[in-house]
Design a protein around this ligand. Sequence first.
Ligand code: SAH
Ligand code: SF4
Ligand code: F3S
Length: 443
Amino acid sequence: MKYFIQTYGCQMNYSDSERLTTVLKKLGYKECDHYNKADLIILNTCSVKQNADNRIYGLGEPFAELKKKNPKLKIGITGCAIRKGTGIRGECKDQIFRRMDTVDFVFRIKDLMQVPEILRKLHHVEGADEVKDLLNYFHIDPTVANITQVFIPIMSGCNNFCAYCIVPYARGREESRSMSEILEEVEKMAKRGAKEVNLVGQNVNTYKPSDASPDSKETPFTQLLRKIDAVQGIDRIRFYTVHPKDMTDDVINLYGELKSMVPHLHLPVQSGSNSVLKRMNRLYTVERFKELVSKMRKKMPNISISTDIIVGFCGEAEEEFMESVNLIKDEKIDLVYVSKYSERPGTLAQKELEDDVSDDVKKERFEKITEIMKDVSHEYNQQFLGKTVQVLVEKVAKGYASGKIPEYKMCRFKSDDPSLIGEYINVKVDKAMEWCLEGDVVA
Ligand code: SAH
Ligand code: SF4
Ligand code: F3S
């Protein structure tokens, strides 16, 4: 039996798929490289925007064709499109069954332990008994896609209810993993060769484990960062996502102090306008965001700051939008993940505000932010010209090896040696483009 997992969305989903992979392998499934060869297709879905949902529903027909060719084929859906529990068609009432009649089963990722039972019924496969008895899916050992750069979930869910966002409905309330469990996982990954740890959670600053030190003056997240920094072999720690309202000075103080705090921070602002932030229920001001950026730059003057921006949120006037443009320019935000606002059912914005910015205007604003970001990023990258940077190689293709430098910029150099993947290589930069640096290896 062969499986194919398609993952959409954020790092959390990619990390969850690594645990799902372990379960499928324990059940005897073998991975295949294309969904049309599979006996089991699982979609790990994202629901953050309408087009992410549409992409899933659009697969209904192609799946019907595949099922005609392969009657053994079963289709499962997990991730953020699932709202009403776990089970096979007929036993579970999730709306997906109504909208896609080719789907055989759905499961909430936290019910991953029930997947062996479901597949025993659907495919008569056996095994993975130890998984069935686990209390939490985080206890499943992930089958890591890239061992040098690992993704480690530290919490799931979100309590913030930003007006536009589906995540608290899709993922439920915040739940933190214990510090000891996370450390055990980091140590295990470091022994297997991990060099970079990416900590994942919707709001990492409110990480609240059961085993944080109660006497410490530092937040549990800071305590965790210190412990991970001390793990032998780990040289880079990144984390996603920080909420500006919860970012604390004790985390900022670690920059420059801990060896593995990289000169890059992803700090999603969503809008440069206080009135829009208010409508979004973000609970901070633009001034607060600027203050955080300035504190970070005092610690690390050349730090790269990336952000998320939503354009065309309910009632966004041209002047409000221009405040986002100016914020990116003024604060030199060198990477922006920009999204056109997409109304999500059940959210505060859908219930109380009007999605009144036209698609054309959203598109124009999207393009404008992208243009500005290109300029800022191009300018930021010039500082690397003539300098030697440390590349953690991720990929070797088409005559180039490439990977990220600590500042989260891609850098490439000529090589077709796949054994470099996972190695640190020093490169002297001689070209600095918008999205990529290029140079030659230095001894
Ligand atoms: N926890 C993170 C965001 C997670 S969702 C935070 O607080 O920043 C990832 C990104 O998707 C968000 O930062 C936002 O920019 C975008 N997004 C979320 N809901 C959206 C919506 N309804 N329409 C458009 N973009 C959205
Ligand atoms: Fe969504 Fe806001 Fe939670 Fe981020 S903090 S996941 S944007 S509700
Ligand atoms: Fe999407 Fe869920 Fe992540 S909605 S962005 S996959 S938490």
